[in-house]
Design a protein around this ligand. Sequence first.
Ligand code: GTP
Length: 393
Amino acid sequence: MTNETLEILLAAGIPLAIVVAVTTLLVRRRRGPDTDEAPTALDEPVVVPAPEVEQTVEAPAPPVEVLPEEAEAPSVLEVPAPVAGRLARLRDRLSKSGSPLGARLLAVLSKDHLTEDDWDELEETLLLADVGAGPTGELIDALRTRVRVEGLKDPAQVRALLREQLIALVDPTLDRSLHTAPGAAADGSRLPAVVLVVGVNGTGKTTTVGKLARVLVADGRTVVLGAADTFRAAAADQLQTWGSRVGVHTVRSDRDGADPAAVAFDAVRTGRAEGIDVVLVDTAGRLQNKAGLMDELGKITRVITREAPLSEVLLVLDATTGQNGLNQARVFSEVAGVTGIVLTKLDGTAKGGIVVAVQRELGVPVKLVGLGEGPDDLAPFDPEAFVDALLEG
Ligand SMILES: Nc1nc2c(ncn2[C@@H]2O[C@H](COP(=O)(O)OP(=O)(O)OP(=O)(O)O)[C@@H](O)[C@H]2O)c(=O)[nH]1
């Protein structure tokens, strides 16, 4: 048989074989249940073996109440990136966000002779970068004195001076540690650390809670999430997805618009019953009016503290919103007893000066910064690494 003949036979034969097979199967099926033939593969239910669950991170103990989400756990848990050194990413991100503050300051300060216009330009640059009027005045005064007294000319010396002054402005003496160590109740039972996350809507609260859960998991802690943002329907789903990626359980209500205080209470009670280290509670960010906000956050705080004291109240602030964001933050800090600030979207602004302004305005340290939308784009705030990122960006 030649190759050509073989190809013709194959071309005609394969469709013919398919037609014969399909016809046979159809005829067999039509015969119905009275046939005494053994069932064909088409009659049998398809049994697909369950994929093996590969766990790279220890899953938390099962919750007190088994919620439907347990069935949705992903087959492979993610391993969060190490936390150390994350702030260094800011340098790359800042260099992409136009002309960063540090570069602009250095460009003026590196001139041979600084005129009054140059000092005005420096001042304007700091104000435009949201440093705020008070801190800007302080920095300019300190720089002028040092440049005059020490007669600094060498660019490396000027740069070192600017670095030193910026670090002083950001204030390295503030306590930026996140209080997440479990405590003990009067009866000796273990209490989880409770972190309440508040802020205006859209600032990145839910994302921050998700990223923070990963930071804690990377640190070997057990975590429970409380979806007390019952105002936005998708918020609980969003939070649950974050948690399930690292094996963290989310306590939520199955009803939209449920009482956020009740969900927060359930989350803390679950955390306590299960001996969890940290309970992170996400809240809605409605800023209808101060009285309404005070009522809602006051109630959440009251019911939580029936189970365990609050370890941290983190205010999430969008770094790109400038003065407007600061005004809103002031209202939250007045009603919620804020202990730390999370400054998100620092990757999306060349105005790093907001760090200084927000600390001065609210009298509370920036403890964490958001550096992007990636799951591990949250870093502990470190004044020196931050200033280095500004100057080297
Ligand atoms: N570039 C950037 N985007 C961020 C950062 N943090 C959060 N986002 C984005 O900001 C948007 C809003 O984030 P959410 O976490 O839903 O904000 P929220 O405050 O919980 O919003 P509400 O539930 O409406 O109150 C999302 O698209 C996030 O991906 C960050 O550090 N950098």
